[in-house]
Design a protein around this ligand. Structure first.
Ligand SMILES: [Zn+2]
Ligand SMILES: [Zn+2]
Length: 622
């Protein structure tokens, strides 16, 4: 992706399958009335696609699929002759998991995330998701809307009671003349966000107001979502038109799109019911990850060869990674965020600003299960355990090895370091080296250290509020979120976590990073904040009883323990004990004398040098 590119991701959802008549797919010049009544054959099953575009200004849909109620509710279609004709025109198969909402959910979105839904036209298999889109602006052409009022709309496939639903915000648009040469031969358009990335073009024929959507991304072939202008991109390319609509206007619109294909030889045609469309789209999307594009988020002249936001599947949950790097041949570095429950993708810019790792590594920023962007579905909130998170780490490392063909460097922070250690112990074949910073090693010692530190500091400073709250929770273990938060808040406020930061300033920093990051919606932000305590609640008992000396006496990869001298929540004594007993091919405990729990932020230059030294040492061996 490109910084100037407002489009982050394009995906497709199919709301079930539809079969149509062969004459419908490609016109044989027999009149529609004839084949509709006489035909006894159906085509193979075809998708009912809604295209999903993640744009900087919000999630956009092109079409919304077929309503599952059409196969479960006998009253969905009109009765009598009209109803019989609907039954002869198409037959649908839609499973419980094939609704628009379920499809968006699988992509990691919610129906409520959709800001704009564009309808190519108003036929039943394009408007079926409207009831699920009450938060969206619905865009349709004025010409298409007007057909609702011409005679016998239901005979023309328009069921107004399923279209004109109460509460929907309709925008009836007209295309306007344009002199954008990139749109030739089209001479009028509607630029959805005014940035040229999503342009609606009039392609009447199937219905009088049918529109297509052209999606343009720098450095990539444009996508043309054509609705029902064709049912098969190859038929369109060969100049064939379908059997429903005005043959003359269908031929005109088809010729226009084919002219555009001459201008863009790679133009990707994405019809609503083309069985090949999803594959075609997947191939373009895959190319995105490999293309070299200039990138200028950070400093002028910086060139990012890789910059992708991707979802990965692990243990039934969708998780998100952002991958950034200046040179695809650099080694891969996975950053595992401290926790429990803190996001990492939102920190990408800050990490790059203070550490500047993306010139030397391909850096993978990962929002773990139950946190940040990976927290879009209710299921993602349950089943959080240390074991699960370790499994997720291993699957991600596996995926990175397959993708980049080499072991990954792992830098983990606090509990993220613990996860990295477990993963490295389980699968040393996947890890080039582990840099564990402020690692949670000994839960009991950590709790006592933090509590004693906070209480002593409170007494020394005469902070009556802190003393009162700390005495109220008593000494550890602190197994509820409230107890844990109280301990962490005061240990933080007295400098035990990050020098010169208070608990409130850390929380403000987290919120600011979420707000500024292009990768989170407002809904993500609220989910993230709520998710932190849910994840904490799930992990606190395991954290409190953590004992790495017993659990992981041996790790078969080079290990560097990075330890802040003033760390009061992961004490140096525990790090020293663990460093002494750990069996590893190469081990090192590096003290950061001016740091507490976050040496990577407090002494970032030294931390960066440490990572580069680890990299150079390992590269020298190979
Ligand atoms: Zn249609
Ligand atoms: Zn259709």
């Amino acid at each position: 992706m490109n910084a100037a590119d407002p489009i982050r991701r394009v995906s497709v959802v199919s709301t079930g399958r539809v079969q149509i008549r062969p004459d419908h797919e490609a016109s044989n010049w027999r009149p529609m009335a004839w084949w509709l009544l006489a035909s006894r054959r159906w085509t193979g099953p075809r998708p009912i696609n809604a295209y999903v575009i993640e744009h900087r200004d919000g999630l956009v849909l092109f079409d919304s699929g077929q309503d599952r109620a059409s196969v479960t509710d006998p009253g969905y279609f009109p009765g009598g002759l009209t109803g019989a004709l609907y039954g002869r025109l198409a037959r649908f198969e839609i499973g419980p998991q094939e609704t628009l909402s379920a499809g968006l959910d699988r992509l990691g979105y919610a129906a409520g995330d959709v800001k704009t839904a564009v309808l190519s036209h108003l036929h039943q298999d394009h408007i079926g998701g409207l009831a699920e889109l009450s938060d969206a602006d619905i865009v349709v052409s004025q010409a298409e809307w007007d057909t609702l009022s011409s005679p016998l709309p239901e005979m023309r496939g328009l069921m107004r009671r399923h279209i004109d639903l109460p509460g929907l915000r309709w925008h009836r648009i007209k295309t306007a003349p344009t002199n954008d040469a990139g749109l030739a031969p089209f001479q009028s358009c509607h630029d959805l966000f005014g940035d040229g990335s999503l342009v609606l073009l009039p392609t009447p024929g199937h219905t009088p107001g049918s529109m297509s959507l052209l999606v343009r991304q720098p450095g990539l072939p444009p996508l043309m979502m054509v609705g029902d202008l064709t049912y098969d991109a190859h038929l369109l390319e060969a100049g064939h038109v379908p059997g429903v609509g005005s043959p003359r206007r269908l031929r005109e619109a088809t010729a226009m799109v084919n002219k555009m294909r001459q201008q863009y030889p790679g133009l990707v045609i994405l019809p609503a019911h083309d069985p090949g469309a999803a594959d075609r789209l997947a191939r373009v999307t895959l190319a995105t990850a490999r293309l070299c594009q200039p990138h200028d988020i950070h400093s002028e002249g910086s060139q990012m060869e890789i910059d992708t936001l991707e979802s990965v599947q692990s243990g039934g949950a969708t998780q998100w990674i952002r991958v950034r790097g200046a040179d695809a041949t650099n080694p891969v570095l996975l950053l595992i965020q401290q926790g429990p429950g803190l996001p990492m993708i939102s920190e990408a810019r800050r990490f790059e600003r203070v550490l500047g790792l993306e010139q030397s590594f391909t850096v993978v920023y990962w929002d773990q299960r139950g946190c940040g962007r990976s927290l879009r579905r209710r299921e993602d909130r349950v089943g959080i355990s240390r074991e699960r998170l370790v499994d997720d780490t291993v699957s991600l490392l596996d995926l990175l090895r397959d993708r980049f063909g080499a072991k990954t460097y792992v830098a983990g922070f606090s509990f993220g370091a613990t996860l990295g250690a477990y993963a490295a112990a389980q699968r040393p074949d996947l890890v080039a080296a582990l840099v564990a910073t402020g690692m949670d090693i000994d839960g009991a010692a950590a709790g006592t250290c933090a509590y004693d530190f906070a209480l002593a500091a409170a007494r020394q400073r005469g902070s009556r509020r802190a003393i009162r709250q700390l005495e109220a929770i008593g000494p550890p273990p602190h197994l509820t979120t409230k107890q844990f938060t109280t301990r962490v808040r005061w240990a933080t406020n007295f400098g035990g976590v990050t020098s010169n930061e208070t608990y409130a300033s850390l929380v403000r920093g987290l919120l600011a990073s979420l707000v500024r990051s292009p990768d989170y919606s407002a809904a993500d932000l609220f989910r993230t904040v709520r998710g932190i305590s849910a994840t904490q609640a799930a992990l606190l008992p395991e954290l409190a009883s953590m004992d790495l000396a017993a659990a992981l006496p041996r790790i078969d990869v080079p290990v560097v323990l990075v330890q802040g001298r003033h760390d009061q929540v992961a004490p140096g004594t525990a790090a020293q004990r663990y460093a002494d007993l750990l069996q590893a091919p190469d081990k090192q405990l590096v003290w950061f004398e001016s740091s507490a729990h976050t040496p990577h932020l407090e002494e970032s230059g030294k931390f960066r040098d440490q990572l580069l030294r680890v990299r150079d040492t390992q590269l020298a061996k190979t």
